[in-house]
Design a protein around this ligand. Structure first.
Ligand SMILES: [Cu+2]
Length: 68
């Protein structure tokens, strides 16, 4: 199980967090997605077959890319 916090500059409100939770949560292996619109941070917990690369690719696809 891996977990990572990421800064998502495009988050502006609770709806953004909900979209991210829904879309990233669809990935096989992702067990938790939490986010806070005030800090623009999300925390994702996952295990195989999910990877950080897949999670980041999904975030980019839905227009919420993670800041490096
Ligand atoms: Cu929003």
């Amino acid at each position: 199980m891996e977990t990572k916090k990421m800064l998502i500059p495009n988050i502006t409100c609770e709806h953004c967090v909900m979209t991210i939770r829904r879309e990233v949560g669809k990935l096989d292996g992702v067990s938790k997605v939490e986010g806070d619109p005030t800090t623009k941070e999300i925390e994702v917990e996952w295990e195989a077959p999910a990877t950080l690369e897949k999670i980041k690719a999904t975030l980019k696809e839905i227009n919420y890319p993670a800041a490096e």
